[in-house]
Design a protein around this ligand. Structure first.
Ligand code: NAP
Length: 157
């Protein structure tokens, strides 16, 4: 299973100045639940923002310049190589922009958390995609000051 995980604002922003532009208690719980025991794939900048491999899951960094390795950490030079390296495990593509662009045509499921806010000065956006290719399931809305809604887009076969 190839999955994609992202949280985006109402105006499609996913990043600002190298960071995720919000901190919402509980919002990252789903990310943990889905990826622990599986494989998470991220671009070099997203990995460097986190700064360390995420525990209890295989971390694959895509880069043509860096070469991270260690326990549960490898670097590959393309998304295809990451998919091959993951073998039969479930794989979750976790950004940023370029990897999402490449992944959308091949993903089975996209876990998109819709953050109920507008971000004015975002500099990384989630790519446009054809909603007709997917079946949308809307999940729970949660959050206190800032609300967020879980959605899953499952590819039509
Ligand atoms: N809201 C969310 O859910 C979410 C999720 C993830 C990230 N973000 C945000 O998004 C921003 C980072 O995203 P970004 O798009 O700027 O950077 P990114 O995708 O994390 O990293 C870009 C780098 O990844 C490598 N890379 C990506 N695709 C590649 C490919 N197909 N082949 C080879 N290398 C590839 C390249 O590394 P080299 O230059 O080393 O070759 C490229 O410079 C941050 O603000 C972050 O906080 C948000």
């Amino acid at each position: 299973m190839i999955g994609l995980i992202v949280a985006r604002s109402k105006n499609n922003v996913i990043g600002r100045n190298g960071q995720i532009p919000w901190k919402i208690k509980g919002e990252q719980k789903q990310f943990r639940e889905l990826t622990v025991g599986n494989v998470v794939v991220m671009g070099r900048k997203s990995y460097e923002e986190i700064g360390h491999p995420l525990p209890n899951r295989m971390n694959i960094v895509v880069s043509q310049s860096a070469d991270y390795s260690g326990e549960n950490l490898i670097t590959v030079s393309s998304l295809q190589e990451a998919i091959t390296a993951a073998g039969k495990a479930d794989i979750y593509i976790s950004g940023g922009y370029g990897l999402y662009v490449e992944a959308i045509p091949i993903v089975d499921k996209m876990y998109i958390t819709e953050i109920d806010m507008e971000i004015e000065d975002g500099d990384v956006f989630f790519p446009e995609f054809d909603k007709n290719d997917f079946t949308l399931t809307v999940g729970e809305t949660a959050g206190e000051d800032i609300k967020y809604t879980r959605t899953v887009y499952t590819r039509k076969r």
